[in-house]
Ligand binder design. Structure first.
Ligand code: GTP
Ligand code: MG
Length: 142
């Protein structure tokens, strides 16, 4: 079986750990602690991504929070870093269970048109909506 390494990037609190936990355990874990806090607690330093990490990644999931407009700015910054790596980019808007308006549709459409993004999914790590789509998409690439 082939190993595929996936890097998940996103602003503070967008749901990265919850999403991974949902994939790995099938559960929605309500007691997840900030990853930064865990890393500091364990004296592991900061969880800042480096180009070395990206060199070892086969694909990147870029996650933002559909209820936090600012988290799309983080995604924009990461896209600058990702430029030139040539790895597939899967854009994911998490927390669709909380989103009761469609503010983001035009924003996302423009965003995808202007950037090199393979695919976009709305997901919810809480309700399970589309939660399997990002990794299925990646698995089908390899
Ligand atoms: N309603 C809702 N809440 C979610 C969802 N996914 C995550 N959350 C909540 O969002 C908060 C942050 O989730 P985390 O998984 O810790 O986010 P993170 O991106 O790992 O955050 P850092 O490690 O601090 O960068 C938690 O309170 C989660 O329960 C979702 O799909 N829907
Ligand atoms: Mg985390």
């Amino acid at each position: 079986m082939q190993n595929i390494r996936v890097c998940i990037l996103g602003d503070h609190s967008v749901g990265k750990t919850t999403f991974i936990s949902r994939i790995l355990t099938g559960e929605f874990d309500n007691n997840i602690v900030d990853t930064q806090t865990i890393l500091n607690y364990n004296n592991l330093g900061h969880n800042i991504i480096t180009t070395t990490d990206l060199n070892y990644s086969d694909a990147v999931i870029l996650m933002f929070d559909l209820t936090n407009h600012n988290s799309i700015n983080y995604v924009l910054n990461q896209l600058n870093l990702l430029n030139g790596f040539g790895i597939p980019i899967i854009l994911v808007g998490n927390k669709s269970d909380l989103n009761n308006n469609n503010w983001y549709h035009n924003t996302i459409r423009n965003f995808i048109a202007q950037n090199q993004i393979n695919v976009y999914y709305d997901i919810s790590a809480k309700s399970n909506y589309n939660y399997d789509k990002p990794f299925n998409y990646i698995a089908n690439l390899f």
